[in-house]
Design a protein. Structure first.
Length: 301
């Protein structure tokens, strides 16, 4: 016997005032309704209804049981409605992890629009440049800009790409000269982002398709790209940076692309989220929103 189904049937009999009316409301036969109530009484070991040929009456224990059935069944219904609401209306806490530079320079541009679109969400955004285990640290979604993704149990959705460019300030190039080939970079001060996979080696693809790798050195490395780029803007040296960081500087002429005819490996922007059979509406809404935002190329210069 399905006890919840029998409880619903019993409640409907009481609410409708009889077995026949309950059968109509439940779209069941009279015999099925009667059998479910009888099986419920047998399972409980108590008589819930006093029956006659024309009407019925609740026993004392039946009245108490009916009241508790109403409370339980209403709570079950409320829980189901809550889940359905969340399935159609993203709500609750959404925990997002992003790299520090990306969080500072990009997320703030579109996050307010996302929050206006989904006012029932509460956002917890954590930005840092260390390795973060999304599952262990209980993040719903992470944003990553990288060339390669490690094997993982999370889902990765590619959102867009960001070119990498070698940049320096005009003042630096005026003092130290402008290199005309990758090999000439060994004479320059290269400032490194230490968390990059190969922080002091750059691989270029030339206009003829030839690939060249150059090991570089300099007097500054940092685990935050913001410090490195600030030093480059100040004329201390040059660095390779994602275009989302330096596009505005390049447009204004405050930085200059070095060796523009040579290409560096591109980086990809990914949204990462745990594998679940049912992707939560809040994560789906976030990933779709960010994907739509970056479907338009944002970092041209």
């Amino acid at each position: 016997m399905d006890q919840f189904s029998a409880m619903r049937t019993f409640r409907q009999v009481v609410d409708a005032g009889g077995f026949s009316a309950a059968a109509v409301a439940l779209d069941m036969s009279h015999s099925v309704v009667s059998r479910q109530v009888r099986q419920l009484e047998q399972a409980l070991g108590a008589q819930l209804l006093n029956r006659t040929t024309r009407r019925f009456a609740l026993t004392e224990v039946g009245l108490d049981y009916y009241r508790r059935c109403v409370l339980i069944l209403d709570q079950v219904e409320d829980a189901a409605q809550m889940v359905q609401h969340h399935q159609h209306h993203p709500a609750g806490l959404l925990r997002i992890n992003a790299p520090m530079v990306f969080g500072i320079m990009e997320v703030g541009k579109w996050l307010p629009d996302f929050m206006r679109a989904y006012p029932e969400l509460k956002i917890d955004l954590v930005c840092n440049d260390r390795f973060v285990d999304l599952i262990a640290e209980e993040f719903d979604v992470g944003l990553r800009i990288t060339r390669t993704l490690p094997d993982s149990t999370v889902i990765a959705r590619r959102l867009c790409q960001s070119d990498m460019v070698l940049v320096a300030s005009p003042a630096y190039l005026q003092r130290h000269g402008t290199p005309n080939a990758p090999a000439a970079l060994v004479e320059h001060n290269y400032l490194a982002y230490s968390l990059a996979l190969q922080s002091t080696e750059l691989t270029f693809t030339g206009p003829d398709g030839v690939v060249t790798s150059v090991a570089l050195a300099g007097n500054l490395q940092s685990n935050t790209g913001m410090v490195v780029c600030d030093a480059v803007r100040a004329g201390i040296g040059m660095t390779a940076s994602a275009t989302f960081v330096v596009a505005d500087d390049l447009r204004r002429g405050e930085l200059v692309q070095v060796l523009p005819e040579y290409r560096l490996h591109r980086r990809e922007l990914y949204a990462l989220y745990p594998q679940n059979r049912h992707l939560s509406p809040k994560v789906r809404a976030f990933v779709d929103f960010v994907g739509a935002y970056y479907a338009r190329h944002r970092w041209a210069f």
